[in-house]
Design a protein around this ligand. Structure first.
Ligand code: URA
Length: 240
């Protein structure tokens, strides 16, 4: 049994929020009966209609791995009409990004129409590793490495990196490779700004076991079935 709004959203018909609006405004019927209560549960045998048209369940799941360029927004639409990550993928399927990268961040992001996988990968308990390369505006002090390794308190919750490597430490800038398991917005920038550094460039090099090796910035590829299955594996092994 699944919530009605989730089934509608996962079918690819519209977003979860819009599905809720459709339900509340009485446009949705289940087995011929108008449903206006959010959270009503349905199963595979239930016949869902929207505006008196049967809902087609889109079982054709698609998965793309994009190496996001700068100046692109990580959502499916933008009020300011800026280019979105979805605009960069040549597909007629309604897809959305799993998680976010900032407008000025480059690197790996998955786009899909598979709500189940999105929920798995975004859930904090599933601990998906993400490796970032951060260019900082100054020399990186060794005592800050110790502080970083012990964890930095952001909004009352510690961000403890899995791994940190100083790749370059110049007089005027530094390049740090940092791997974290969490996905809070602006987390890398906030961690370094707490230590007194500005992140002047940020790139996500790895997402789980996926790397940017064969993808130039701006390029994308379809994930293989094997890769998708491996990503689903995160729901079975929370300690991945
Ligand atoms: N952390 C950030 O600060 N920005 C991103 O885009 C991703 C992680």
């Amino acid at each position: 049994m699944e919530r009605l709004q989730k089934v509608i959203a996962n079918s690819g018909y519209t977003s979860r929020r819009k599905a809720e609006e459709l339900i509340k405004s009485g446009k949705v019927k289940v087995n011929g009966e108008k449903i206006t209560t959010l959270g009503t549960k349905v199963n595979n045998n239930d016949i869902i209609e929207i505006n008196n048209e049967p809902l087609k369940i889109n079982d054709n799941k698609v998965y793309y791995l994009l190496n996001k360029p700068k100046s692109v927004i990580s959502s499916s639409s933008d009020e300011l009409n800026r280019t979105t990550v979805v605009d960069l993928i040549d597909t007629s399927v309604r897809i959305y990004p799993i998680g976010r990268l900032d407008y000025d961040t480059t690197g790996l992001i998955i786009l899909t129409n598979d709500g189940t996988l999105a929920n798995i990968l975004m859930h904090p308990s599933f601990k998906v590793e993400k490796k970032y390369i951060a260019k900082l505006d100054k020399h990186f002090e060794i005592e800050d490495l110790k502080k970083l390794e012990q964890g930095i308190l952001i909004d009352k919750r510690k961000c403890i990196p899995k791994r940190v490597k100083i790749k370059k430490n110049d007089k005027n800038y530094s390049i740090i490779e940092i791997t974290i398991e969490e996905g809070r917005n602006h987390i890398i920038k906030n961690v370094f700004s707490t230590l007194g550094y500005n992140v002047v460039k940020l790139h996500r090099k790895e997402y789980a076991f996926l790397t940017d090796e064969s993808l130039k910035v701006g390029e994308y590829r379809v994930l293989t079935i094997k890769e998708v299955k491996k990503l689903y594996g995160y729901s079975r092994n929370k300690n991945n």
